[in-house]
Design a protein around this ligand. Structure first.
Ligand code: ADP
Ligand code: ZN
Length: 744
């Protein structure tokens, strides 16, 4: 009898057993007990659970754990009212974790990046019109006289949901004092209620966009039919710069909205500017929800909740928007799909474009990859028939593609300390003469990339990195671009104490500005560099200045390359085209092509024909020849052939292992241990260990391995097995980068 009792209790406890994945770098979900007497929370529910002395929020995961005996398990504390994490998103978390070899909890943390969003909204005081107030609005019969401001407030409150006094005042364009007075007069009632912030109006797909050109219509029709067909499908929208790709994919976006689905648009952070948002607003009558690094905690919380509740219909965001909890996602668009910034390089290392394709496939929905210079990965997927391609081969309206000309620096005479060749100077002069605008592109922030002492040869190096300090003359500092270390520029050399002997070597955008100002004192010049702009608003202001022709010349780093449409910009000068080709990056040529093509694409986007001058020491380099000839496809074929020959992605698999430690000995010790345990398998090659090009970064000593494998090799399994055979000690850490983009 007693036994029976015990076993039925055991069964009861066993039925309460659930798995909870916590947003921590643990290898798997932990077991807990659901609440006594009621059914356990369903998978996807957010729950608070005890862990040691802490209470943490996690997500009920699928399946049942069986490691610990049930009587050793702790019960969960509570189930939160937040909408459940969809199965599709749970599978996504698992698959991203498996692919990147990150702990699943670390990936989960990206989906619940705003802890406050999980709590119920705090009750707030909300106003609504009282019966007396409504009557007062209706006619002159009451004795209360309504001032115009009071009337507006009542109108606002009668028309909409209850709202905070401040919101009512904002909508009625008056001070909150007016609302307060109405409350005192009992025309408005104020109550505590727990409510969401009223969301701003949704984008309206019924509005008409611009008349599409015949090319655009055909492309748009194909995108729209991929949306209407539903189901997973990858479409590449491959169109030259200025062909109207945005207008074209807006048609697909409208179709998804019309079908009652949510839409995610991914953009590189720096392209997510005012121009894109303004075009969206013009097309759909309202702004989309945004998700990027420059948001307040409150904005993040509201947006996360609006997405989870399905109130946000369109989200435009940087890569981390991919982890938002859309319940009704119907379309993903990845604009500038080739952009290297889609690769997240710290924390969970992932390629957002690739993971977007994964998310779409798990959700069974279409995805559109957009670019004027698609990545080789994407081009190869088109060739293999896995992705379909939709092309826009011409610029919109009368605009033509710019003429590209190489300037062979080996043949040009340029004075010491100057960086603009005579042909480029002549073109600049002609452009200003004609009242048109120019852009000079140099992908180097600061004044000079290296400063040295003329007397003793001392070079300024970062104390915590293998890197030179870059002089920033506007702020009077020497900066490390890798760790942010900053010091004042000293008056004399710290090594030999010689005064006035420090000389800058090489150009940065600030130094270029100096040269331009000397050569063209009358030109109105602006610098567009991230460290001199206070934020996106300042960048938008500058861009607006270009459009309004308050500037003749813009000098910038890669932030000028994307998204801008300056109708009067006709000349683009690339000051040092060879910059990105140095180093052992397997995508160096591809990236250089993409970046320079993109920058060049800023020229001549309206009726005036554009010119692009590219200064290079290597005019015979295939990239330079391809740029000059405008022959992207030949270049890509040659790139593809070279990568296939070398067994590199996308024709083979690649992973990097980065060993780092607080001191060189520990780093070397760990690297040697890894080396001894390295896999010896057919089709797998391990290169290294070698000191990383950034051998010391933030005071950590770094060694690199590169693992190459055939496409048929399950690389993650090989790496997992390898790592399981070694133990790291002390300060050593091993970071895995599947399909690395950075080789530093
Ligand atoms: P892309 O993204 O391909 O470089 P955009 O979408 O930025 O090109 O379009 C370039 C310019 O042409 C923009 O100013 C855009 O508003 C305009 N444009 C494109 N298509 C149309 C159209 N069908 N009607 C009117 N303007 C258009
Ligand atoms: Zn540094």
């Amino acid at each position: 009898m007693a036994d029976d009792h015990a076993s039925s209790r055991e069964q009861e406890t066993a039925a309460r057993r659930i798995r909870v994945l916590l947003p921590l770098p643990l290898p798997e979900a932990l077991d807990y007990l659901g609440p006594e007497g009621s059914s356990p929370p369903e998978p996807g529910s957010f729950v608070n659970v005890p862990l040691g002395q802490r209470s943490l929020t996690g997500v009920v995961w699928d399946g049942a754990g069986e490691e610990l005996p049930a009587d050793r398990l702790k019960p969960i504390i509570e189930t939160l009212p937040t909408p459940r994490l969809q199965p599709e998103l749970r599978r996504f978390v698992e698959r991203v974790a498996a692919y990147t070899m990150a702990p699943p909890g670390a990936v989960l943390r990206m989906t619940m990046s705003v802890p406050e969003a999980l709590l119920s909204p705090r009750p707030r005081r909300l106003c609504s019109a009282s019966p007396i107030g409504m009557a007062a609005l209706d006619g002159p019969r009451t004795e209360t006289r309504l001032t115009p401001a009071r009337r507006r407030v009542l109108e606002v409150l009668c028309a909409g949901q209850p709202m905070p006094a401040a919101e009512a005042a904002r909508l009625a364009a008056c001070g909150t004092g007016v609302v307060r007075d109405l409350i005192t007069a009992k025309l408005v009632e104020e109550r505590f209620a727990s409510a969401e912030i009223p969301t701003s109006p949704s984008p309206d797909w019924r509005l008409c966009g611009p008349q599409l050109s015949p090319d655009q219509s055909i492309a748009a029709q194909r995108l729209v039919s991929s949306v209407e067909a539903t189901g997973f499908r990858v479409t590449v929208l491959d169109g030259v710069t200025g062909s109207g790709k945005t207008e074209t994919y807006f048609a697909a976006l409208a179709a998804a909205l019309a079908a009652g689905r949510q839409v995610l648009v991914l953009l590189p952070e720096i392209a997510l500017g005012a121009q894109w948002l303004e075009r969206f607003r013009q097309r759909f009558g309202a702004l989309p929800a945004q998700w990027h690094s420059d948001m307040t905690a409150a904005e993040r919380r509201d947006t996360w909740r609006a997405v989870a509740a399905g109130r946000a219909r369109v989200v435009v965001g940087a890569r981390s928007a991919l982890f938002l909890p859309f319940p009704e996602l119907g379309l993903v668009i990845v604009d500038e799909e080739h952009d290297p910034s889609y690769k997240q390089e710290d924390g969970v290392i992932y390629q957002a474009r690739d993971m977007a394709v994964l998310r779409a496939s798990l959700a069974g929905i279409p995805i559109i990859l957009v670019s004027a210079t698609p990545s080789l990965e994407t081009v190869v997927n088109v060739a293999r028939g896995r992705y379909q391609r939709v092309a826009l081969p011409r610029r919109h309206a009368a605009a033509e593609l710019p003429a590209v000309r190489l300037v062979d620096l080996r043949r040009e005479r340029i004075e010491r300390g100057r960086f603009l060749s005579p042909p480029l100077v002549a073109e600049l002069a002609a452009t200003f003469e004609a009242g048109e605008q120019a852009l000079l592109f140099l992908n180097r922030r600061g004044y000079a990339p290296l400063t040295l002492c003329r007397a003793c040869g001392h070079r300024f190096q970062c104390p915590s990195c293998t890197a030179w300090l870059v002089e920033h003359r506007f702020t009077g500092r020497l900066l490390c671009h890798h760790c942010g270390h900053a010091e004042a520029v000293p008056a004399c050399c710290p090594e030999c104490l010689a005064a006035g002997a420090l000389v800058p070597c090489g150009p940065g955008v600030e130094r270029l500005l100096e040269e331009v100002t000397e050569r063209f004192p009358a030109a109105r010049t602006a610098l567009m560099v991230s460290d001199l702009l206070s934020g996106p608003r300042a960048a938008a202001e500058l861009a607006q200045g270009m459009i309004e022709r308050r500037y003749d010349l813009l000098i910038g780093t890669q932030i000028v390359a994307k998204g801008h449409h300056f109708p009067m910009l006709t000349l683009v000068g690339v000051v040092d085209a060879d910059l990105g080709l140095a180093g052992g990056d397997l995508r160096a040529a591809e990236r250089t092509y993409q970046l320079l093509h993109q920058v060049g694409g800023r020229a001549g986007r309206a009726e005036h024909k554009g010119r692009v001058l590219i200064q290079t020491w290597m005019p015979d380099q295939p990239v330079m020849k391809a740029l000059a000839a405008g022959d992207r496809d030949r270049f890509l074929e040659a790139e593809a052939a070279a990568r296939r020959h070398a067994g590199l992605p996308p024709f083979g698999r690649l992973a990097a292992l980065i060993v780092s430690a607080g001191d060189a000995e520990t780093a070397d010790f760990t690297a040697r241990a890894l080396s001894r345990a390295a896999p010896q398998l057919p089709g797998v090659t391990v290169l290294g260990p070698a000191p990383a090009p950034l051998a010391v970064l933030r005071s950590r000593h770094r060694r690199r391995f590169l693992v190459k494998a055939g496409r048929d090799v399950r690389l993650q399994a090989v790496l997992r097995d390898w790592l399981s055979r070694i133990r790291t000690a002390g300060s050593a850490r091993i970071q895995i980068d599947i399909d690395p983009y950075s080789f530093l």
